[in-house]
Design a protein around this ligand. Structure first.
Ligand code: CA
Length: 226
């Protein structure tokens, strides 16, 4: 099911450019030019994510933000021409998922959208427990246990481990790993994956030089096995 994004912005050129770019990226979009339209659209078909400009005629972006949040816990990215740190902090304190100052590049916005969506989808899986062999991951508490002992991982190591464990037994290419751990919009040296795999092996393998779980598939990528 395509993800629907509601774009609340009165400046047509910005709204249309954002809408066009997101649709190219495979999202469905809807534009609302003021608070009233935005609330109607939100009620009629709840979006997966809202991009909300703070400077609007009528209801302000802040008022709208509060109104959306009262209705439903949908991820919200705020846009604004105001770049003061105070606004950014206020936006994040109110619970905005991200805050993008204008002018922004479309590539940056798409990257933020994907990151926020990924984070919110991860939130929905919170109580899940991943278990493969002697490695256990609690998605809610982010606790990792190996052979009965707690292991501390960095956020990227955690994402890398869970991305591989979710596909246990199947090989994942470096490109796929980068897309799920670092995001599709980041251009990253593939060796970064190798480095993180090495760090992860040191933490979860009994013998990191001779791994039993995190296997290299030469010329392709990596796979997690029991
Ligand atoms: Ca505006």
């Amino acid at each position: 099911m395509p993800e629907r994004i509601l774009i609340v912005e009165d400046e047509s050129s910005v709204a249309e450019a954002v809408s066009y770019t997101l649709e190219q990226e495979g999202f469905e979009t809807q534009i609302a030019r003021d608070g009233r339209e935005a609330l109607d659209a939100f009620e009629a078909a709840p979006p997966t994510l809202v991009i909300l400009d703070l400077m609007l005629p009528g209801l302000s972006g802040w008022q709208l933000f509060t109104a959306f949040r009262r209705k439903r816990d949908v991820p919200i990215i705020m846009l604004t021409a105001r770049t003061e740190e105070a606004d950014r902090v206020a936006g994040l304190e109110m619970g905005a998922d991200d805050y993008v100052p204008k002018p922004f590049s479309m590539r940056e916005l798409v990257a933020r959208v994907r990151t926020v969506l990924r984070r919110s989808q991860r939130g929905a899986e919170e109580d899940e427990l991943l278990q493969t062999g002697d490695v256990q991951v609690d998605m809610g508490s982010h606790e990792v246990t190996v052979r009965g002992e707690a292991v501390a991982l960095s956020p990227k190591e955690f994402d890398l481990l869970t991305a591989l464990m979710r596909n246990a037994g199947r090989v994942r290419t470096r490109e796929e790993i980068i897309a799920s751990v670092w995001g599709e919009e980041e251009y990253l040296d593939q060796r970064t994956v190798d480095v993180h795999i090495r760090w992860l092996r040191q933490k979860i393998e009994a013998d990191p030089g001779n791994p039993a779980h995190l296997l290299t598939v030469r010329g392709v990528g990596y796979k997690f096995v029991e």
